[in-house]
Ligand binder design. Structure first.
Ligand code: CP
Length: 320
């Protein structure tokens, strides 16, 4: 693997390898091995053209825990605001010796452009591009599901038969797209639920079942219910029912939480619109994996950086 651009083309073997190495990384952290020497001398650049809390900070934490040097670049306050192009920005980073570029960009396909352009020689990791993909989010979601299902005995296992229902603003969600492809690769069964205006036209080509009634989806007893953020900043007013109607029809509240099977988990990639797509009862319940997902994100991003930058070196030796 040279780059991590999407989950649509990620093989089952590579996906399981990332999840298994993430387990090794998590084990090392639990043994108080806070810093591994694996990427000493490497430079990781976080190139963020859109806002982020979880992804940017966890990529930074992941790189530092592997002893890499980290450069954080935010488009706000940079020469991008003077009109500098992606090409010139990328070539500037190349001149500074970036071994990996983690990019978040509002344009779908920007990470692939960077990876195939020849502007940089290092690895490219997609940290979210437009409405296209957010592969490390899907990987940390799959890791969190696998841990809840198999506990300490997760290594090498897929999600065959695991039933995941993804709810809400599917239209604008790169998280939904990356999850659909990865969960399908890992053998899970995916259902998408939302208002018809927030379901994309091409969804019939996705390996997922579509429902428009959240209560019907909950009565179906999913193993995981993944609530998506309503992306108000990308919303055309014509698409969206008013907020109160949305919450009543597609929001997860205490009654719907109680209607889920006792062992179902509640997921959200964050940031959450509390009181809109998810109530505080649901977000803070013991069945919520929201903070587990954040913590697991560091291990998964350590694994991705390690596999891209340290190649075939033995990760277990580095974790000792
Ligand atoms: N889930 C996610 O991508 O969160 P951030 O936008 O805070 O990175």
């Amino acid at each position: 693997m040279r780059h991590l651009l999407d989950t649509k083309t990620l093989s089952r073997e590579d996906a399981l390898r990332i999840l298994d190495v993430a387990e090794d990384m998590a084990d090392a952290q639990q043994r108080e091995v806070k810093k591994l020497p694996a990427l000493r001398g490497k430079t990781v650049v976080n190139l963020f053209f859109e806002d982020s809390t979880r992804t940017r900070i966890s990529f930074e934490a992941a790189a530092k825990r592997l002893s890499a040097d980290v450069i954080n670049f935010s488009a706000k306050g940079s020469s991008v605001s003077k009109g500098e192009s992606l090409q010139d920005t990328a070539q500037t980073l190349q001149a500074m010796g970036a071994d990996a570029v983690v990019i978040r960009h509002g344009a779908s396909g920007a990470p692939r452009t960077l990876a195939t352009s020849g502007w940089i020689t290092g690895s490219v990791l997609n940290a979210g591009d437009g409405t296209h993909e957010h592969p490390t989010q899907a990987l940390l979601d799959a890791y969190s599901m696998r841990k809840r299902r198999y506990g300490a005995d997760s290594r090498g296992r897929d999600l065959e038969g695991f039933r995941v229902t993804v709810v809400g603003d599917i239209l604008h969600s790169r998280v939904a797209r990356s999850n659909v492809w990865l969960l399908n690769t890992l053998g899970a069964e995916v259902t998408l639920v939302g208002p018809p205006t927030l379901i994309p036209q091409d969804v019939t080509a996705w390996p997922a079942r579509i429902l428009f009634d959240l209560d019907e989806a909950i009565a179906d007893g999913p193993d995981a219910l993944m609530m998506l953020r309503i992306q108000l900043e990308r919303m055309n007013a014509a698409y969206f029912p008013n907020e109160r109607e949305y919450t009543r029809t597609w929001g997860l509240d205490a009654d719907r939480l109680a209607a889920l099977p006792a062992d179902s988990i509640v997921m959200h990639p964050g940031p959450m619109n509390r009181g809109l797509e998810i109530s505080a009862d649901a977000a803070d319940s013991p069945r919520s994996t929201v903070l587990e997902q954040v913590a697991n994100g560091v291990s998964v991003r350590m694994a991705a950086l390690y596999l891209l930058l340290a190649g075939e070196r033995n990760e277990k030796e580095d974790a000792r």
